[in-house]
Design a protein. Structure first.
Length: 656
């Protein structure tokens, strides 16, 4: 998506957060303008005098993209020799692979099988794999056992394949090359993946007994409780077992009480094995735990030892933390294996539980070590001890020679040009292709270079890839600082919280788009952006507006301020609401009223939101340290929970 980074081509400069980046122009502005004009014409489907533009732009790093875009536009009319020439001349260009696949797809659609095989590289997705098989069949290679096996593997998936595969699959049907077992295998994969439409479409290809079994399974998908009450449903065969177990798994998610009653009936009738019954019990218990239902503790503890895996042990301990049953929390954590018990979460809660039962010395040993670590639980441990947070900042060595070597890579040069033109997607493609397989030293140099350019999301990414986990300036940059602080001040919110939210939401990528459609630095949903804009007398924002850092920050800050106002200034509740919505957060607030704040967080029923809030609090402390030189204690935040008791009012120092 173009122009997601603020661009000032006329001055040849990029502007990031109030400071001019070192990604400055170098005298190529005239070439950039000419390339951009030509490239935009091609993007719009119009023609250019390619030879003339190539002569005028000789030496400009992005000039090959004009030939790429020209071929891309007329791929169905291109001559094989010109495609071959481009691929040979520009093997190192990341889009060469895209063009290659596009060319092969075009040849496949047109049935030009000989040319397809001449260009085929043996890679690509399902469509190209099917075109490859069709080319082999039609270009004289015929069909052998290897061909049939490849076709069967493409067929046996739990989802629909591209239309290019239809002739391949027709060959399998015509030759009777799909066994009954394999046909059912695809039905099973489809049903377990929730693709009931595909399963229905495959029904005519099944034998009579398999059709009846599928009909049972489709009834399970529609209404698992009703299907399980059918006396004809049983799990003695492998096929029946799959259906019965899926029915219980579905029902455990929607109606645990019904699942338990029906499980008792199936166990008594012998329609389910003892091992499968235990597996269903485990599923019911975990589902109850996820929802924090009153019976979850009993259900978890009633499971036989063979079913008490790491997940069961985790949720047994989590439920007991939520109930503040500290002696039992200690027991639940101590039965974990060494690896699980060594996780920061359980080290903290064991230390906290020991402190609550008066075993101060033992608690101090655990919390003392934990307080030296930089994360949410380390910060809670430091609060318990009344200590400042251990930020452990260690700047990564800045090696000028390594940075220069990275900067001189052709792909990195092209990435820089794309950035200057405002094409972030193309820039990232070049960047990662140029650095593929790089060692930690090179990635560290790349992190410094990206930060110098103001390309903060790539700087964060490169620092992580380079193992520079303790360089907080690279991993938690004060990016867009002026804009963020101005927006926070205008909205009346804590800038450190805004920095933390952006770091968690987008890692400072202004072009970020989530799987549900949230956009930009603060991941504002379009509908939310429109509502916030309406409430504040602003025009409805477009998609491009939400990708603009200035607009995104304004709307995101205003929405965050609304959540803080709604939840009485508490950033824990406001953060949960920003992530999961205010209505769900109101429910959690009511359900968990009176709990200590850290326990309240553990009781959030959405795991994603629970982890989000923890990260938000930890990141806020890191940015607080960066902005102020010290981090304010989470204890103060914990004590502002409305209707929630303060948790960290007993510190070890008070027990000495």
């Amino acid at each position: 998506m173009r122009r997601c980074i603020l661009t000032v081509l006329s001055a040849g400069l990029l502007f990031f957060g109030g400071a001019i980046s070192t990604l400055a122009a170098d005298g190529n502005d005239e070439q950039r303008q000419r390339f951009l004009a030509a490239y935009e014409r091609l993007e719009a489907g119009r023609s250019i005098d390619l030879a003339a533009e190539q002569r005028a732009l000789a030496g400009y790093p992005l000039t090959p993209y004009l030939a790429y875009r020209d071929l891309h536009n007329r791929i169905n009319r291109a001559e094989p020799r010109e495609v071959r020439r481009f691929l040979d001349d520009h093997e190192g260009l990341p889009v060469s692979g895209l063009l290659h696949n596009r060319w092969l797809s075009s040849l496949g659609r047109r049935g030009e099988w000989t040319t397809f095989l001449e260009f085929d590289h043996g890679r690509g997705g399902a469509a190209l794999a099917c075109y490859r098989l069709r080319a082999e069949r039609n270009a004289g290679g015929g069909i052998d056992d290897t061909w049939l096996q490849s076709a069967r593997e493409l067929w046996t998936v739990g989802h629909s394949q591209p239309n290019a595969c239809d002739p391949v699959f027709a060959e399998l049907y015509d030759r009777g090359a799909l066994s009954a077992e394999r046909r059912w295998q695809r039905i099973e994969q489809s049903m377990l993946a929730g693709n009931t439409g595909l399963a229905r479409a495959l029904r005519p290809r099944l034998g009579r007994d398999q059709q009846l079994a599928l009909d049972q399974w489709l009834e399970v998908a529609a209404n698992p409780a009703r299907a399980l009450r059918n006396d004809q449903l049983e799990g003695s065969t492998e096929r029946g077992r799959s259906i019965v177990m899926d029915a219980f798994n579905r029902l455990a998610r929607s109606d645990r009480d019904a699942a338990r009653r029906l499980l008792d009936r199936y166990t008594a009738d012998g329609r389910i094995t003892a091992d499968d019954a235990v597996a269903v019990q485990r599923q019911i218990a975990l589902r109850a735990a996820y929802s924090r239902t009153p019976e979850s503790r009993e259900l978890l503890e009633s499971l036989p030892s063979g079913a008490r895996d790491a997940s069961v042990l985790e949720w047994t301990a989590r439920i007991k933390v939520g109930r503040q049953d500290w002696p039992e929390v200690i027991q639940a954590i101590e039965v974990m294996d060494e690896e699980q018990r060594g996780q920061s979460e359980w080290r903290y809660w064991l230390g906290h539980a020991l402190l609550e039962v008066g075993q101060v010395a033992e608690a101090e040993v655990l919390l003392d070590t934990l307080s030296t670590e930089r994360h949410y639980y380390g910060f809670l441990a430091a609060d318990s001890l009344g200590r400042p947070y251990a930020m452990n900042h260690r700047p990564a060595a800045r090696d000028a020679a390594v940075i220069a070597a990275v900067q001189q890579k052709p792909g990195v040069v092209r990435a820089r040009e794309w950035l200057l033109l405002g094409y972030a997607t193309e820039a990232r493609r070049e960047w990662h292709a140029a650095l593929a397989g790089a060692d930690a030293e090179t990635w560290t140099g790349a992190a410094h270079l990206a930060r110098d350019w103001g390309w903060y999301d790539r700087s964060v990414d490169a620092a992580n890839r380079g193992g520079q986990h303790d360089d907080l300036e690279l991993r938690f940059p004060l990016a867009y600082r002026n804009a963020i602080e101005d927006g926070a001040r205008h909205a009346g919110v804590d800038p450190a919280l805004v920095f933390a939210l952006i770091r968690k939401e987008s890692a400072f990528n202004p072009d970020a788009r989530s799987r549900v459609g949230a956009l930009g630095l603060m991941q504002v949903m379009p509908a939310t952006g429109r509502e916030v804009a309406r409430r504040h007398g602003m025009g409805a924002p477009s998609t491009d507006d939400l990708r603009s850092p200035a607009q995104n920050l304004r709307l995101g800050n205003l929405y965050l301020a609304e959540m803080l106002t709604r939840f009485e200034g508490n950033m824990i509740l406001a953060g949960a609401a920003y992530n999961a919505g205010p209505n769900r957060t109101e429910g959690w607030k009511t359900d968990n009223a009176g709990l200590p704040a850290a326990v309240w967080i553990e009781n959030i029923t959405f795991g994603e939101t629970r982890d989000y809030v923890k990260s938000l609090l930890a990141f806020r402390a890191v940015f607080d340290w960066q902005l102020r030189g010290e981090a304010r204690s989470l204890a103060a935040v914990m004590q502002t929970m409305p209707g929630i008791a303060a948790e960290l009012d007993i510190a070890l120092r008070d027990n000495d």
